[in-house]
Write a protein that binds this ligand. Structure first.
Ligand code: AMP
Length: 419
């Protein structure tokens, strides 16, 4: 398979060459032709599999054919759950658009920064908008943007947009979009309830499922007494001379404390979580990508979609709450054909939760003991406090997802009835 097979504009093929993409990835092979035919797509593809290009190429071609110079109203909308992902996706689309004869304007908008420059940027119109839902609605409320000409909608990390408290905003946005439009939903994971809901929003979607089989990611589980996890982390960093490590923790507080402890041990580390200013978040990621930082200690804010090349090690200092989050977290490594290592720290209280993750992931890892950090946790000790964040927490007390989905379905129901 080659990019030449899809019927893409020569300028788009030239862009894939310039970016060094010699052959389409499986999700690109499976999705691009259908997307170019105008079909709806529900794509479940592993993170790092080239999803962005899979929707960006058909989107650019779609927009090129739609552009009318009179009213530069946006024709395509990409919704993403995080600000960093918005920037990343916007950059990919801009890079792919570089060789097109007619300039395509791509506007990236997200919260946490002043709205004024974004409003100024939208003056004179735009072709493609990449947005987080809240800021998009703010811009619409300020009359800086109208969605009346959107004929292609992409939900990137679609399940998270439905799950992370976004569903009300998403329902609002859907009501502002023309009913006749093409929908492309992409995510690494689609919990079944979300999949059912997605089906109600899509029209005869082409189902793309790229098998989540990534031999490039080696997964390990290390038994360690919970109070010794920081020491073990320092030990492993020193032993293996790791130069870029993403460590996941369960709370903003732990992210701050752990990063601080690592810095005191002469390891350059910064926290990354939702309470930092946008400027700080951007700086931390830039420093990490430029190798000015060895460790980023992050909450699940960093688990989705971020593309950090040569990130070879991900550590679950705290276990993720859900199995899907585990998939997203470890997917930060082993991207685009690179190798990766994902290590999970398991202590007595998190062992039952770990077993659940193993079961759902269909993996069974040998629980390792490291000299000096041994613990005997082979016998399952029930967690006394399943919500203790330091220990990773166990899913269960969160707002009920089914309720949220039901509420969302009710909110968008009018759209579907009209259709
Ligand atoms: P994504 O899943 O969109 O985050 O993409 C993951 C990585 O794959 C990015 O670094 C892309 O630059 C890279 N990539 C996307 N398409 C291709 C391709 N056809 N060949 C090689 N690398 C690719």
């Amino acid at each position: 398979m080659s990019f030449l097979n899809f019927g893409l504009l020569p300028a788009l093929i030239q862009a894939t060459n310039s970016l060094g993409y010699s052959t389409p990835t499986p999700v690109q092979s499976a999705a691009i032709s259908s997307a170019l035919q105008g079909l709806d797509i529900l794509a479940s593809a592993q993170t790092g599999s080239g999803k962005t290009v899979a929707f960006a190429l058909p989107m650019l071609q779609h927009v090129v054919y739609q552009v009318d110079s009179s009213a530069k109203r946006p024709k395509a909308l990409v919704l993403v759950p995080t600000r960093e992902l918005a920037t990343q996706v916007g950059n990919v689309i801009r890079n792919l658009a570089l060789h097109l004869l007619q300039p395509i304007k791509v506007s990236v908008v997200f919260g946490g920064v002043s709205i004024n420059p974004q409003m100024m940027g939208l003056r004179g119109g735009t072709d493609i908008v990449v947005a987080t839902p809240g800021r998009l609605l703010d811009l619409i409320a300020h009359n800086a943007l109208v969605l009346s000409h959107i004929s292609m909608l992409v939900l990137d990390e679609a399940d998270s947009l439905l799950d992370l408290g976004f569903s009300e905003e998403l329902a609002h946005i859907l009501k502002l979009l023309p009913i006749k439009r093409q929908n492309l939903f992409f995510s690494a994971t689609f919990p079944s309830a979300v999949q059912l809901l997605a089906q109600t929003l899509l029209h005869d979607p082409v189902q793309v499922k790229v098998v989540a089989d990534n031999p490039a990611i080696e997964q390990r589980a290390i038994a360690v007494p919970a109070p010794m996890r920081t020491q073990l982390l320092r030990h492993l960093i020193g032993l293996h001379h790791w130069s870029r490590i993403l460590v996941f923790v369960a709370s903003k507080y732990t992210a701050e404390i752990l990063a601080d402890k690592l810095r005191k041990a002469q390891i350059s580390a910064e926290p990354f979580h939702g309470e930092l200013s946008q400027g700080k978040r951007t700086q931390v990621l830039a420093d990490f990508k430029a190798s000015r930082l060895t460790v980023v200690v992050a909450t699940d804010l960093a688990a989705r979609g971020l593309d950090i090349i040569q990130l070879h090690v991900v550590v679950n200092y705290d276990l993720p709450r859900s199995t899907d989050d585990y998939t997203h977290r470890i997917g930060r490594t082993g991207r685009a054909g690179e190798t990766g290592l994902a290590i999970s720290f398991i202590s007595a209280t998190t062992l039952p939760h770990w077993h659940l993750i193993e079961k759902r992931q269909k993996i069974k890892l040998q629980l390792e003991n490291i000299a000096g950090f041994e613990t005997n946790i082979t016998t399952t000790t029930p967690s006394t406090d399943p919500q203790t964040p330091q220990n990773g927490g166990v899913k269960g007390q969160r707002p009920n997802k089914k309720d949220k989905l039901r509420a969302f379905a009710a909110l968008v129901q009018t759209d579907q009835q009209v259709d």
